[in-house]
Design a protein around this ligand. Structure first.
Ligand SMILES: [Zn+2]
Length: 436
């Protein structure tokens, strides 16, 4: 038998789910789906309690070891993230949720435990009360989190509205202050979309956001009235590009790109896809169009990257310097696909890191180098974290957390990975006139 509550016992429950007999009829099928949903919520409630306990235990251990107060909980959110297979950013959010629920909002936690709220809706309640005093927050917790009957039928939107309404009634000034603070966080971000498209997202104060959307919609309506054959979405998107770049949407825009592709994809029409750094995989044909456009303008640089995944002249490149020289840094960034090497973290690379620290005798080489985002680089510096390169089919780093759990990350396969003998090329396309 297992120890009560051990990971082994929970693993056994999970295993038994897969071997349940099939439900007898459609009603029993629905019942099972509902119960499993509640089970997920109850598991989230338990994860919240455990995450908060992990932080409290870590703080106590480190306080006893004489660690300074501000360093006592460093890296805990990153451990939660790894354990839950999420990015460190999400790990931080989940740990914040866990602490708010366990320390300040017992009714909301109980609603999650009972399967009346799911984890996302519990997050919404916590998020919308973050600006309130503890006392006001507990009033919201009692009145909304404690009303299971009402909660059970609320969707995301109605739940947020109810919490906001009560929060505003309790403390209008804090809510207003928070909205002023939120305004300071306005930003524009970009992320890849399927089919070689991208989402450019602007986070704006509500009046400006609504204003931008209304102006684009007005432009689309008037273009359509004048017989423009483009649909509304197309006109809105083109108008946005025109207003921001100052040139017509279909006119080329100068950009710098870095592209990795195989020689055969470039020269012989092979269909092995290419990697566009900062974006992701693109079809070979699109890559060839980019290169042809750049080459026509005399703006393409090309160099052989390396010829096999494990060996090659560039892999052996190392340096006595503590910092990564530009060429080596470039190689590591390309090898890591431009994205942070921590498992489940997809953030862009911001730091070149020595898995074995320079101070501990780690050299500056591609083997002892990895690209990390800002948050992962900081987490790794926290007490009790170690990392080292390990043998593997591609560049592999093993990170050990303070609890002794080990996580391996492998560099992504680059174009041509499954086909030995292909030469990989990295192309720098600068000031490329991009008309896709
Ligand atoms: Zn990261």
């Amino acid at each position: 038998m297992f120890e009560r509550g051990s990971a082994d016992e929970i693993r056994q429950w999970r295993g038994s789910l897969a071997s349940l007999p099939r439900p007898a009829d459609t009603a029993a099928t629905i019942d099972r789906i509902t119960e499993l949903e509640k089970l997920k919520s109850a598991a989230c409630a338990e994860q919240a309690r455990l995450s908060a306990e992990l932080e409290a235990m870590t703080r106590q251990e480190r306080a006893e070891a004489g660690v300074r107060k501000e360093k006592q909980t460093a890296g805990v959110a990153a451990q939660v993230a790894l354990a839950r297979r999420e990015s460190p950013h999400k790990g931080g959010r989940l740990l914040g949720l866990a602490k708010a629920l366990t320390n300040e909002m017992p009714h909301t936690l109980a609603a999650l435990q009972a399967g009346v709220l799911n984890e996302w809706r519990a997050t919404l309640v916590v998020r919308e009360t973050a600006c309130l005093t503890l006392e006001d927050r507990q009033t919201v917790d009692r009145e909304i989190g404690g009303d299971l009957k009402r909660l059970a039928t609320m969707g995301d939107h109605r739940l947020v509205a109810a919490v906001k309404q009560l929060a505003y009634r309790l403390d209008a000034e804090s809510v207003a202050r928070r909205s002023r603070k939120a305004e300071s966080e306005r930003a524009v971000t970009i992320r890849p979309a399927p089919d070689t498209m991208t989402y450019v997202t602007a986070l704006l104060p509500v009046a400006q956001g609504v204003g931008v959307y209304a102006a684009l919609k007005r432009a689309a309506d008037s273009a359509r009235n004048e017989g423009d054959p483009r649909n509304r979405g197309q006109v809105m998107a083109d108008t946005l590009v025109e207003c921001v770049t100052g040139s017509p949407a279909r006119q080329p825009v100068p950009v710098d790109l870095s592209l990795v592709m195989t020689d055969r994809s470039l020269l012989s029409g092979d269909d092995e896809p290419a990697l566009l750094l900062g974006y992701g995989t693109i079809p070979a044909d699109t890559a060839r169009q980019l290169v042809a456009a750049a080459a026509d303008a005399g703006l393409a640089w090309l160099r052989r990257l390396y010829t096999s995944p494990r060996a090659g002249d560039l892999i052996a490149m190392d340096s006595r310097a503590r910092r990564f020289p530009a060429g080596l840094g470039r190689l590591i960034t390309v090898r890591d696909g431009g994205r942070c090497r921590t498992p489940w973290c997809d953030a862009p690379i911001r730091h070149l890191d020595h898995p074995v620290r320079h101070a501990d005798g780690g050299d500056t080489s591609a083997l002892n180098g990895q690209g990390l985002c800002e948050a992962c680089n900081q987490a790794k510096e926290a007490l009790g974290w170690r990392a080292r390169p390990r043998p593997g089919p591609r560049h592999t780093v093993e990170t050990t957390t303070p609890t002794g759990h080990r996580y391996r990350s492998q560099a992504p396969p680059l174009p041509g990975a499954s086909r030995p003998g292909l030469t990989r090329l990295e192309l720098y396309l600068t000031d490329l006139v991009l008309a896709v």
